[in-house]
Design a protein around this ligand. Structure first.
Ligand SMILES: [Fe+2]
Length: 482
């Protein structure tokens, strides 16, 4: 295989791995919705949540479980319509240690695939661990051999007596040199896998990659790539057949590209959001040296504003406009559509980007007031609307709201430096935080993806795990909770 093809193949393969990683959080959260949370509503302010009864401990959900290779009948509450037939597949961490070594972060556990088979009003369940390279090699050695997002794999303590002796008495400079060699190779893998943690949207995949070969990595920096995957394939087993890079976007700081998870897409445009959760490449590359997991190199840096990049889907060209807004974090977009020369973009947003660091297993396994306190430190997620006027040029007046749409209060104002500063409109009424905010948004995709719409659905989070279903009317801002 030519090296360019190999390179492309490896990038695509790594993107696929990253999609799987990205879905762990997603899918586990969905499964965990079966766990009842406290029904007491939190009081109005974020801080006052500490005064309510303690949250239910979810530690039992964060323990290693055995596979269920053969289908077993599931307990059903309520009634499942008989017309629903099919398999519901979910994925989430199901193994949190190998031998005596334990993982640290919720995202680290080994993937357990779950299947719920629905047929004629009945449900069966079975599960199996994904036979990933990490799972197999960890199992083989009965310890954590492969570092994960929040866990650094330690050197093998069972090396030969001679090797252990040497590791104890090596001069420091020599030891550092050896480790750096390993580290630099390992980081090539880790960075490629971790940076694109993020997900597909229709036929498009976004990832971030290093430019060029590893030795030039420090000097060439990074780019965000959006990869187009054709829907038609000649080989159904080759899910990424025909994939190509649609466009490349330069990060604002190429040594600190942003973490991203999903992007918006209207009929003609892709909206890529560069948010201030930053991947500090120097920290990530040196993490093994410093005995730190890669998660320690991912930081909330609100000194950066959030930037929207808009890409023409047909040509792959990045539009020249510069749209900015205040720092926020988004994992999931709700919908995007075009109207009167603008892109309307609806997102689930947090004002604080430290959430990833909170999801350590030691935090999530707490109980009582300690669990309340940890949960109280997590920023709530709220649905917001942004309007990006696309036709901005030197003739566009400065200081004027460029949003022509009467149905939204979102603003977009061109500054004297030519940048457009966007101010969101809340897609919820006051008091929405009492229900924990909303995440994992869904719309009626077949009818309204990329089109003006009225309703979306999501999970309310009065716990680390979703504890309610919500329906929101984006026109009236009214919502229903179950
Ligand atoms: Fe997700």
């Amino acid at each position: 295989m030519p090296s360019s093809e190999q390179s492309m193949f490896s990038k695509i393969a790594l993107s696929a791995v990253s999609i799987l990683l990205a879905n762990l959080r997603h899918l586990l959260s969905s499964l965990m919705q079966f766990v009842p949370g406290k029904t007491n509503l939190p009081s109005k302010s974020h801080e006052r949540q500490f005064t309510r009864p303690t949250l239910q401990c979810i530690s039992p959900l964060l323990q290693t479980v055995e596979e269920t290779p053969e289908p077993i009948p599931a307990k059903i509450k309520g009634h499942i319509p008989e017309w629903i037939n099919g398999n519901l597949l979910r994925n989430g961490p199901g193994k949190f240690e190998f031998g005596e070594e334990k993982y640290n972060h919720w995202f680290d556990g080994m993937a357990l695939l779950h299947q719920f088979q629905l047929r004629n009003g009945m449900v069966t369940y079975q599960s199996k661990f994904l036979q990933s390279n990490s799972y197999l090699i960890n199992n083989q050695h009965n310890r954590i051999v492969v570092s994960e997002f929040g866990t650094l794999a330690m050197p093998d303590p069972c090396k030969s007596v001679f090797a252990r002796f040497m590791s104890r008495f090596d001069p420091p400079s020599k030891r550092v040199s050896k480790k750096y060699k390993i580290c630099s190779w390992k980081m090539h893998i880790h960075f490629s896998v971790l940076v694109p943690l993020w997900l597909t949207w229709s036929q498009f995949v976004a990832n971030s990659q290093q430019n060029g070969a590893e030795p030039t990595f420090f000097f060439s920096g990074t780019t965000y790539n959006i990869i187009e995957v054709p829907p038609q394939k000649s080989n159904c087993n080759e899910t990424l057949e025909g994939a190509k890079v649609l466009c490349s976007i330069a990060p604002t700081d190429n040594m600190k590209p942003s973490y991203y998870h999903s992007f918006g897409m209207s009929e003609n445009y892709i909206i890529f959001i560069e948010q201030p959760i930053k991947l500090n490449l120097l920290r990530i590359i040196t993490s093994k040296f410093r005995g730190k997991p890669i998660s320690e190199g991912i930081n909330w840096e609100p000194q950066y504003n959030t930037r929207f990049h808009v890409v023409d889907k047909r040509t792959g060209k990045v539009l020249p406009g510069q749209w900015y807004t205040k720092p926020f974090v988004t994992f999931h977009q709700i919908n995007a559509f075009e109207d009167h020369g603008c892109v309307v973009l609806d997102l689930c947003c947090q004002d604080d980007g430290k959430t990833l660091a909170v999801y350590k297993l030691q935090n999530m396994r707490k109980s009582g007031a300690d669990l309340d306190q940890i949960f109280g430190s997590v920023a709530r997620t709220f649905p917001r609307r942004f309007v990006l006027p696309l036709n901005v040029n030197s003739d566009t007046p400065v200081g004027k709201n460029l949003n022509p749409l009467s149905y939204t209060l979102a603003k977009a104002v061109k500054d004297s430096d030519g940048k457009v500063w966007c101010t969101h409109e809340n897609l919820h009424p006051d008091g929405f935080e009492n229900f924990g905010g909303l995440e994992f948004p869904q719309i009626n995709y077949s009818q309204y993806s990329g089109r003006r719409y009225r309703y979306f659905y999501g999970c309310g989070f009065r716990h680390f795990i979703g504890d309610s279903l919500m329906k929101v009317d984006v026109e009236t801002k009214n919502f229903k909770v179950r």
